[in-house]
Design a protein around this ligand. Structure first.
Ligand code: GUN
Length: 285
């Protein structure tokens, strides 16, 4: 029997519906409108398209949103100044600096400058540290999206073998911590892992986040496993494919996310959720 297809678009639509209601309540009860400040340096087409979707979603949900677009040659000092302005602005509850930044700007310097209370990306060391400690924090959006999909699909994680392929700060490391917090036994694989196929075959839940088109093939998947594909790879002809060979995997897994339409749509929903939480947390002082 082919796997259940986990529909990220549908899950994201219900998250948006829930959030839109909560935003109206926050406005009515407390006169507070969640606000998001976005900084985009340069004109990378993928980044421009992400930022546009973020603006559109924020507007549709009734958020205040301010996007600052600056040219690619903008200095690190100027970007730091812009972050400082958003840190001070009471209308802005969440700050997002779109990555990647041009090579002359140190990404970590920028991330470190964001007020952790406004760090809705969850990239600041304070939030990363809290995530590792199991404290309340902003969880990075893509890993949060992965966990939300697992939760809403009813996947039990306690005692299960979870294998994460990829060890990035953006996805691999944080999603491993979140799976661990749900009592999974977590293995993190990467480019130097000796026998990747054997490691993957032990997975009850397999999360692929490497950025290599179709590198996880059907023979690497345990029959009945849940497969979450975080990869977004553009191949010849402009088509988007994941890190998992979907056509093969769908006949082995019990549930699988497609690319596009799986994890991707969840990310913006999680960003909006984090921004809502950032606004709400300003009420408890
Ligand atoms: N570029 C790709 N993904 C992300 C993300 O989640 N946050 C930011 N700030 N930039 C990105």
């Amino acid at each position: 029997m082919p796997a259940t297809i986990i529909d990220g678009k549908q899950v994201q639509a219900s998250i948006r519906e829930e959030l839109a209601k909560k935003v109206q309540e926050l406005k009515a009860k407390h006169g507070l409108t969640p606000g998001i400040g976005v900084i985009l340096v340069g004109e990378d087409p993928a980044s421009q398209s992400y930022v546009k979707s973020k603006e559109k979603t924020a507007n549709e949900l009734g958020y205040y949103s301010k996007t600052i677009r600056v040219p690619v040659e903008t200095t690190e000092a100027e970007v730091l100044r812009l972050v400082g302005e958003f840190n001070k602005d009471p209308q802005i509850h969440g700050i997002l600096v779109q990555l990647p930044l041009p090579p002359h700007i140190n990404e970590n310097s920028i991330i470190f400058a964001i007020d952790p209370k406004k760090d809705v990306d969850g990239f600041h060391p304070v939030n990363i540290g809290k995530l590792h400690m199991g404290e309340e924090c902003f969880v990075p959006c893509t890993p949060a999206g992965v966990m939300e999909l697992l939760k809403r699909t009813g996947v039990e994680l306690k005692g299960k073998n979870a294998v994460v392929v990829g060890r990035s700060n953006l996805v691999g490391k944080p999603v491993s911590m979140l799976l661990l917090a749900q009592h999974a036994t977590v293995t993190i694989c990467h480019s130097r892992t000796k026998d990747l196929a054997a490691e993957c075959r032990r997975a009850d839940v397999l999360v692929a986040a490497v950025g290599k088109a179709k590198m996880i093939t059907a023979d690497m998947i345990k029959p009945g496993a849940v497969v979450i594909d975080v990869g977004v790879n553009r191949v010849e002809g402009g088509k988007l494919v994941g890190d998992v060979d979907f056509e093969g995997a769908v006949n082995v897994a019990s549930a699988i996310t497609p690319v596009p339409g799986g994890v991707g749509p969840m990310t913006i929903g999680m960003l909006m959720k984090n921004t809502f939480l950032a606004a709400e947390r300003t009420l408890v002082k």
